[in-house]
Design a protein around this ligand. Sequence first.
Ligand SMILES: NC(=O)c1ccc[n+]([C@@H]2O[C@H](COP(=O)([O-])OP(=O)(O)OC[C@H]3O[C@@H](n4cnc5c(N)ncnc54)[C@H](OP(=O)(O)O)[C@@H]3O)[C@@H](O)[C@H]2O)c1
Length: 265
Amino acid sequence: MTIDRGQPAVPLGRAGSMPLVGLGTWQMTGPRCRQAVRYALEVGYRHVDTATMYRNEGEVGRALRDSGVPRGEVFVTTKLPPGGAGRERRILDDSLRALGTDYVDLWLVHWPPRGRALVSTWEQFLATREAGLARAVGVSNYGLGQLDELIAATGQAPQVNQVPWAPALHDPARLAEHRRRGVVLEGYSPFKNTDLGHPVLAEIAAAHGVTPAQVVVRWHVDHQVVVIPKSATPARIAANFDVFGFSLTEEELARVDGLSAGRRR
Ligand SMILES: NC(=O)c1ccc[n+]([C@@H]2O[C@H](COP(=O)([O-])OP(=O)(O)OC[C@H]3O[C@@H](n4cnc5c(N)ncnc54)[C@H](OP(=O)(O)O)[C@@H]3O)[C@@H](O)[C@H]2O)c1
């Protein structure tokens, strides 16, 4: 783990590093989105996740500008929508215009186009990185076989794979396979995939004087898995980021890992 922008981060090749905790923005649009991003930046977030498909890049960009936080201090991710294959560069130009920036820190293929790895899209992504429009490039919702297809065809692994992740989805073998390929695993929907009332989370939360949601975020940090909880509620936005004053013991980590028992084959 490295420290970047004053917070725990994972190294990301030439792109520098990626803060481990970011703000998710799916299902937030308009002023609600703008206010949430502004508030997140105020309480210390330096990583925001958006996507062309979320129709909120304009609001995210405005919040970034209004915040007064220098562009270089915030890690911004956006994503190529499904169906964008063949129009990659035009879509990225639109994203950059909406975000009001001349580069994104990370550009992801949101889903395998038409369910396939699609090397031609990946080649376009590598070209945009070369052109400096995206500091890092990666994918989302790709299986290991699809990652391997891209690596075999271009010799370049996606720097990140953004996939659903949560204690109940914990899969150490899959995490290790990503690391073996040099791919950072970024988790999404940490809460939607979690029973926040689970007694194990409640017990560990009580031991640290935090909430079960904070235990879930901290569990990601302790595994060095990037996590991007979404909230439109100021108190939750702040709490989800307030996870750097405690850490889980080995035993607690193992108990949270155990919430996946029975979910996997
Ligand atoms: N690549 C992909 O295909 C993909 C797919 C899904 C998501 N994502 C990304 O991942 C981000 C996170 O995933 P997500 O939005 O699906 O779900 P999530 O972050 O797991 O959950 C969001 C929900 O949890 C609630 N919440 C937030 N903080 C809470 C807390 N401390 N206690 C209790 N409830 C809390 C939010 O409510 P309030 O907002 O009302 O507070 C909202 O209803 C997305 O926003 C998006 O950026 C990517």
